[in-house]
Design a protein around this ligand. Structure first.
Ligand SMILES: [Zn+2]
Length: 62
């Protein structure tokens, strides 16, 4: 499951959210201050081809 990172524009708190599958878009709110002014961050982990050598995501868990 893909995890999206968010950053609160109000307090600057950064948090991650698990994207639900087969669900609609839910409003993401900051867990710290509760503000809805959050921005989705681009994850540095690139999935697919074209990934630079040396910088790979550590696979594991599950
Ligand atoms: Zn906040």
């Amino acid at each position: 499951m893909p995890i999206y990172e968010y950053r609160c524009e109000a307090c600057g708190e950064s948090f991650s959210r698990l994207q639900k599958m087969g669900g609609g878009e839910e409003e993401t709110r900051c867990p710290k201050c509760g503000s809805s002014e959050v921005r989705k961050q681009i994850s540095a982990c690139v999935v697919g081809s074209g990934a630079p050598a040396g910088n790979s995501c550590s696979s594991g868990g599950g």
